[in-house]
Design a protein around this ligand. Structure first.
Ligand SMILES: *Cc1c(COP(=O)(O)O)cnc(C)c1O
Length: 383
């Protein structure tokens, strides 16, 4: 049976929401690992990436981990946080922030978002601090820096640790300073859709030598420094491989280019979408550098169509998109566990209900964005 040939709609046939950009350098470095047999967590790429990524973030020490999730867990364990203690996190975040707290036995305590950026509302943190509170984990949502100054002030006042979840914010800046260099510890992810990737991977950064030693010990099974295979704590195997670090190093060499591409693309999206009624476009607050990890928009009532309907229509037109995170208090597992009962976080809920992100990868080009925006305009008009 002869299949009816579809007319190609050119290369714009499907635009994925976020595609990694992998080049020759990545292949060369990985091949080097394979040819030299350095494929475990020992090898020159692990050492070099650890050093260069810390430099990139302008932080002294780094420990590489298997993911952003394990980076967060390791950070909490290194600070000795656990049972009977509380950690403040935003209600609107990716689940890993909350899971990491739960792994330790501590209780996540939620704070609503500010409406402009979706980031933790710094004016609502203090009311959640109790004698059990040990740490705050601000999350730089979709690449927009949190308001770090008041967070660090609060932490100082109440003697709390600050762990930045910078998984979405490589290279973002707040008042000129890099995200990931404010907290006592910061955590990054190198998952495939992150600014730089190695497929899976993570990093924990700190300027504190003691904390670094603890992170380093715990991430590798807590071997005694004096005697290998004699273990002085409950440790973890959270080690990253040389193969992953090889990809990461090639990516890191292009990090600034990727960031500039995301910013340029975001500004072009803004220009094309600004006149459409009922779309709230991402912001860049004064004195920050948003890296627009994801180009997220909010669909308001006067757009004339729900977020879900818009996403469905975009898919039909070959355009990938994703709904924003579900807030922590609405997660089925936490409801089942009886967490956050009767709690409401109106801004987090609004963001979750109205938000979606459009294709945002660093390899996205102007032609594709033009096409996406043209389709959105058509959809808006027909409604
Ligand atoms: C991606 C992400 C993580 C988790 O990283 P993984 O490497 O996927 O485990 C944690 N927090 C935030 C905010 C993220 O976006």
């Amino acid at each position: 049976m002869e299949q009816k040939k579809k007319k190609p709609i050119s290369k714009l046939n499907f635009i994925p929401v976020c595609e990694p950009v992998i080049g020759e350098k990545e292949k060369k470095y990985v091949l080097d690992c394979l040819e030299s047999n350095w494929i475990s967590s020992q090898g020159k790429y692990v050492d070099e990436f650890a050093k260069k990524f810390a430099q990139f973030c302008e932080v002294k020490y780094s420990v590489l981990t298997t993911s952003g999730t394990t980076a967060l867990h390791l950070a909490l364990m290194a600070l000795g946080i656990g049972q009977g203690e509380e950690v403040i996190i935003p209600a609107f975040t990716m689940i890993a922030t909350a899971f990491a707290v739960v792994y330790t036995g501590a209780k996540p305590v939620l704070v609503d978002s500010e409406s402009e950026t979706g980031n933790i509302d710094v004016n609502k943190i203090e009311e959640k601090i109790t004698p059990k509170t040990k740490a705050i984990i601000p999350v730089h949502i979709y690449g927009h820096p949190c308001d770090m100054e008041p967070i660090m002030k609060l932490a100082k006042k109440y003697h709390l640790w600050v762990i930045e979840d910078a998984a979405e914010a490589h290279g973002a800046r707040y008042k000129g300073q890099l995200c990931g260099s404010f907290g006592h510890i910061s955590c990054f992810s190198f998952y495939a859709n992150k600014i730089i990737t190695m497929g899976e991977g993570g990093a924990v950064l700190t300027n504190d030598e003691e904390i670094f030693k603890k992170l380093d010990l715990l991430h590798d099974l807590a071997h005694s420094p004096e005697k290998r295979f004699s273990h002085i704590e409950i440790g973890y195997n959270y080690r990253l491989t040389n193969l992953q670090a090889a990809i990461g190093l090639a990516q890191l060499e292009k990090a600034e280019k990727f960031i500039e591409a995301r910013r340029k693309n975001a500004f072009y999206y803004n220009k094309c979408l600004k006149d459409i009624k009922g779309l709230r476009l991402p912001r860049e607050k004064e004195d920050v550098k948003n890296i627009y990890w994801m180009y997220g928009i909010l669909v308001e009532k006067d757009f004339g169509m729900t977020r879900d309907k818009l996403m469905k229509t975009l898919t039909e037109k070959g355009i990938g998109s994703r709904a924003f995170f579900t807030p922590m208090h609405q997660q089925p597992i936490f409801q089942k566990m009886g967490f956050f009962k009767e709690e409401t976080y109106p801004i987090a809920e609004e963001w979750s209900k109205k938000g979606l992100y459009l294709p945002s990868g660093s390899g996205l080009n102007k032609k594709q964005i033009t096409y996406i925006c043209k389709k959105i305009k058509e959809i808006a008009k027909n409604e």
